[in-house]
Ligand binder design. Structure first.
Ligand SMILES: [Zn+2]
Length: 248
C-alpha cells in the first residue's frame, strides 16, 4: 500500500513539473515583455508552447478593465498600443490609482509569429466561444474553446469578471461594440479619429459570448489600414487618449 501511494505521489509530482509553464520558455516570451517586472506573469501557453504574457496592475478591489491585443496574428497595431499602455503603467507616467487593469498584449503568439490571422491549428480565436450564434466548423473550432489560447481567455473572463473588455483589431476603421457597450464605444470614439459603427456580433466571437451572453460591455477597436503603417510612437500619440478612456 505504501509503495502504491509513493508511486501516486511520484506521478503527481512529475505531472506538476512537466505540466507547469511552457516547455521552451526563454525564447518564446513576446518581444517587449519585461519578464522581471512585478505584475507580469505567464499563465498560459499557445499551441506551439509560446508564453502568453499577462500584466496585472492597479487596485485589486477596483472594477477591472481587460485589454486584449493580437487576437488575430496579422493585426499588430493593437499589440503595439498594449505594450505602450503597459509601459506607461510600469513607469508611472499613466496613473491608475483606484483602477484595475489586466493587459494581454499578444493573445495569439503563434499567429503573430507566423503573421497569420488564425492560431497555428488554423482556428480563428475570435470565433471559438460558446455564444448562442456559434457556428461549428474547422476554422471556428469543432468544439467551443478547444484551443489553449481561447480556453485561457475564457477562464480568465469567468474568473476575473471584467467590468469592460477592449479587444484590438484592424482594419475595418471603426469602433464596434457588443452587449451593453454603446456608451463606452462613444466615449472612446470621442477622443480618436475612429467612429462608432455597429458591425453585429460575429458567430462565436468574443463579442458575441462576453457581450451578448455574459452582458459585459465589450469593444472591438478596428484600426484603419493607414494606422498599420504608423510607427509605435505615432500610434501612441494618436490613440493614447482612446486607450485610457475606458479607465475614466
Ligand atoms: Zn481581428
Amino acid at each position: 500500500m505504501k509503495r502504491f501511494f509513493t508511486f501516486i505521489i511520484c506521478i503527481v509530482t512529475a505531472c506538476a513539473f512537466f505540466c507547469s509553464g511552457c516547455n521552451t520558455p526563454s525564447n518564446t516570451v513576446p518581444k517587449r515583455c519585461p519578464v522581471s517586472l512585478p505584475g507580469y506573469s505567464f499563465p498560459a501557453c499557445s499551441v506551439e508552447e509560446r508564453q502568453i504574457c499577462r500584466l496585472d496592475a492597479g487596485d485589486p478591489s477596483a472594477p477591472l478593465v481587460l485589454y486584449i491585443g493580437g487576437i488575430h496574428g496579422n493585426e499588430k497595431t493593437g499589440i503595439s498600443l498594449c505594450w505602450d499602455l503597459a509601459e506607461g503603467i510600469a513607469d508611472s507616467s499613466i496613473d491608475i490609482s483606484g483602477k484595475r487593469v489586466i493587459i494581454i498584449p499578444v493573445f495569439n503568439p503563434d499567429g503573430t509569429a507566423a503573421n497569420t490571422r488564425y492560431n497555428i491549428n488554423g482556428v480563428d480565436l475570435n470565433r471559438n466561444y460558446p455564444a448562442e450564434n456559434r457556428q461549428v466548423s474547422k476554422v471556428n473550432g469543432l468544439e467551443p474553446v478547444n484551443q489553449p489560447e481561447s480556453r485561457f481567455i475564457y477562464e480568465l473572463i469567468l474568473d476575473e469578471k471584467p467590468e469592460k473588455i477592449i479587444v484590438l483589431h484592424e482594419a475595418l476603421d471603426c469602433i464596434d461594440y457588443d452587449g451593453p457597450g454603446k456608451q463606452l464605444a462613444e466615449q472612446m470614439a470621442a477622443v480618436c479619429p475612429l467612429e462608432v459603427k455597429k458591425l453585429g456580433a460575429r458567430p462565436g466571437s468574443l463579442g458575441a459570448w462576453a457581450g451578448e451572453t455574459l452582458g459585459i460591455p465589450i469593444i472591438c477597436v478596428e484600426f484603419s489600414e493607414a494606422d498599420s503603417k504608423l510607427s509605435d510612437g505615432q500610434l501612441w500619440q494618436r490613440y493614447k487618449e482612446m486607450m485610457l478612456a475606458p479607465l475614466d
